[in-house]
Design a protein around this ligand. Structure first.
Ligand code: ACO
Length: 484
């Protein structure tokens, strides 16, 4: 271990345009040759003092280690430095070298991605460069899923082929019904979904061929096609109702509604407003860059497991109440509040740290979540068909107070996507336990895109963070009869 000393001193950021050097660290170099070394792609240069600001205008960061006065220059690229560049910072040669400590990855980029862009301060969300507002207005979920996965909007024939393959992979093996039958009638549908999607890997051993593009495409069709079927079957199981098989003549969201709600009709005809509302909700939930579940997908997938097992892990991550399970918690919260008059008391308990205002706050958005704005609008369209959900008034009052209250304003807590979705789902007749399932279905396209990007990224390896060990040093085993 390094001797304790004064902290590391990051002297300054040296910016210039364009970037002239790469990001790999090289051997130590004398400071006189700093710029030459940097241009050759050799990043860190300890030992000599900083030059003047004018001399050192480069895309790099100068760090002084105050434990020994050594100075390092670390390349900056895309406004990031490489954590591995810190490893050369040592007091003694035998030291392990410096790491950055970032619990919950609050300020760590773990990958380079071209899928989804978020500007949390401005409240911007784009898939492959297209704004969420325009996609939700003009696109469909299958088209958006194609865009997310392939990087470009499909041509007419590409969309036709894509839709055909997804539609023709909606059926599931009959044995999966036997798994579902084993669950209690009140089993949470997310638990059933996680288990059955994991079980798909046993039906498709070819899915292990993850570096074969044809195999990946086939599993993509299967996953996007079968997720709604697994979800709907889980729902029907909880009702004790017979499973409804997919109807290939319906749209993606229309068929899902069919598998959920069809009873005695010869052919189910979804209400077009509800069908479109669900389709838009699917678009809004399709991807959200490096969130908890995508990180799970990438992390588990980095061990080169098949995509069904990785998707099961991502679905499990989404299940939690701080992530995709939040929409369920929002509705439970609104039911607990009960009336508009009770909102101030609830907000007071939130501010006292006793509760969370579910559906508020986001790690990335420090502004109104752009998806929440669209969801709020759709809510009224659904209410026109299904009747107004009275909980909307409680939600609106929570939002009104929170947007003016100093506690929420100073912490930049705004409604996130989950705040209003539950109201729509409830108005459409879904039980609260189905809410996170409705999130998992469309997020599958985003998970697969993130997984594939990770697999094809030559820089990625098995995901394996470091730790700061502060536990015991070596100690001797104490026999049981000697322990106090
Ligand atoms: N209600 C009350 N206070 C909150 C809330 C909330 N919903 N969210 C954050 N805060 C407070 C925290 O207590 C903290 O206060 P402090 O500075 O006094 O300690 C401050 O705001 C910062 O919050 P963090 O927890 O540090 O923010 P973080 O980025 O870690 O968490 C999260 C983000 C998990 C989304 C959080 O805001 C939360 O728990 N929200 C409620 C659950 C929710 O809606 N999740 C859905 C997120 S969207 C999605 O996954 C699809």
């Amino acid at each position: 271990m390094a001797a304790p000393g004064p902290p590391l001193n990051i002297v300054h950021v040296n910016h210039s345009r364009p970037a002239k050097f790469g990001v790999q660290c090289g051997p130590y170099a004398e400071v006189e040759t700093l710029s030459t070394t940097a241009e050759k792609g050799q990043g860190m240069n300890p030992t000599k003092p900083a030059s003047t600001a004018a001399e050192t205008r480069r895309d790099s960061l100068t760090i002084i280690d105050n434990r020994n006065g050594r100075q390092y220059e670390v390349p900056i690229k895309n406004d990031t430095i490489r954590a591995m560049d810190l490893r050369q910072i040592k007091v003694h040669e035998s030291d392990f070298g410096m790491m950055n400590y970032d619990p919950a990855f609050s300020n760590t980029a773990s990958c380079i991605s071209k899928v989804t862009f978020i500007d949390g301060d401005k409240g911007i969300l784009r898939y492959r460069g297209y704004s969420i507002e325009e996609l939700s207005d003009k696109s469909t979920y299958p088209e958006t899923a194609y865009l997310i996965l392939h990087g470009e909007l499909p041509t007419q024939s590409q969309l036709k082929e894509w839709t055909y393959h997804i539609t023709h992979h909606t059926f599931i093996h009959e044995s999966i019904k036997k798994f579902l039958d084993g669950f209690h009638y009140d089993a949470h549908p997310m638990g059933m979904l996680i288990s059955t999607v994991a079980a798909l890997s046993t039906f498709y051993p070819d899915a292990k061929d993850i570096f074969n593009p044809e195999s990946r495409l086939k599993q993509t069709y299967r996953l996007i096609g079968k997720m709604p079927t697994l979800a709907a079957f889980a729902y029907r199981h909880s009702l004790g109702m017979p499973y409804v098989y997919p109807d290939n003549d319906l749209s993606y969201s229309g068929n899902f509604l069919n598998m959920l709600f069809r009873t005695t009709e010869l052919q189910y005809r979804p209400n077009p407003t509800l069908e479109r509302a669900l389709d838009i909700l699917f678009i809004l939930h399709a991807d959200h860059e490096q969130n908890c579940s995508s990180t799970a997908m990438r992390g588990v997938g980095s061990s080169h497991v098949d995509p069904y097992s990785a998707t099961a892990a991502a679905t499990a991550a989404l299940y939690g109440p701080l992530h995709g399970g939040a929409n369920e918690q929002v509705l439970r919260m609104l039911l607990e509040i009960g009336t508009v008059n009770n909102v101030p008391a609830y907000i007071k308990s939130v501010k006292a740290g006793e509760k969370l205002l579910m559906g508020f706050g986001h790690r990335v958005y420090k502004n109104y979540d752009p998806r929440a704005r669209i969801v709020k609008r759709i809510a009224y369209e659904v209410f026109d068909v299904m009747g107004r959900n009275p909980l909307i008034d409680i939600a609106l009052e929570c939002e009104r107070i929170a947007l003016e209250d100093e506690y929420f304003v100073t912490r930049r807590l705004y409604p996130n996507v989950d705040f209003y979705t539950g109201l729509i789902y409830q108005a459409m007749g879904f039980p609260v336990t189905m809410f996170p399932v409705l999130f998992a279905i469309p997020r599958t396209s985003g998970w697969i895109a993130q997984w594939e990007e990770m697999l094809l990224d030559a820089e990625q390896k098995i995901s394996r963070p470091r730790q700061v060990y502060l536990g015991y040093d070596l100690r001797s085993y104490i026999p049981l009869d000697h322990r106090k």
